[in-house]
Design a protein around this ligand. Sequence first.
Ligand SMILES: [Fe+2]
Ligand SMILES: [Fe+2]
Length: 163
Amino acid sequence: MTDCTHLARRFIGSLRPGGPAPGDETWARDQLGPGERAVWARMSGTDRRHAVAVARTAADHLGAATTRPVLAAALLHDAGKVESGLGTFQRVVATLWGMARGRDRVGGRFRAYLRHDVLGARLLTAAGSDPLTVTWAAEHHLPPSRWTLDPRVATALKAADDD
Ligand SMILES: [Fe+2]
Ligand SMILES: [Fe+2]
């Protein structure tokens, strides 16, 4: 799911409190449908900052090919993390534990965190998201050979995501 350099960088970044800048927050909400906005509101400030950065970077790469469902996919790809309720330090432990044991061999809230792809896809289906948005939540930690999205879109979304 990640390597130690990325983990360290995300950890340091996640120590900064608060969500995106007000303009970014408004921009993000404007890309989302009503059900998606409710999911967005449950995400932590750290996760929303990460999501805005992913969406902006992916949009830069895709240019005119950037659609609303693609932006929603970038903004909500980690939405399943809301189900785990883990704080920053617990996330680090969960990630290391998953790396050491394999994410299918840990339990409880650590498992929910490490399976945030599956949980996110379920949340976004219930939120009425576009199939592309749901699919990317489910696939964003799979190897490229298992992606079903348009490869150009999936590659841009993955390249913009640093976890
Ligand atoms: Fe993720
Ligand atoms: Fe991510």
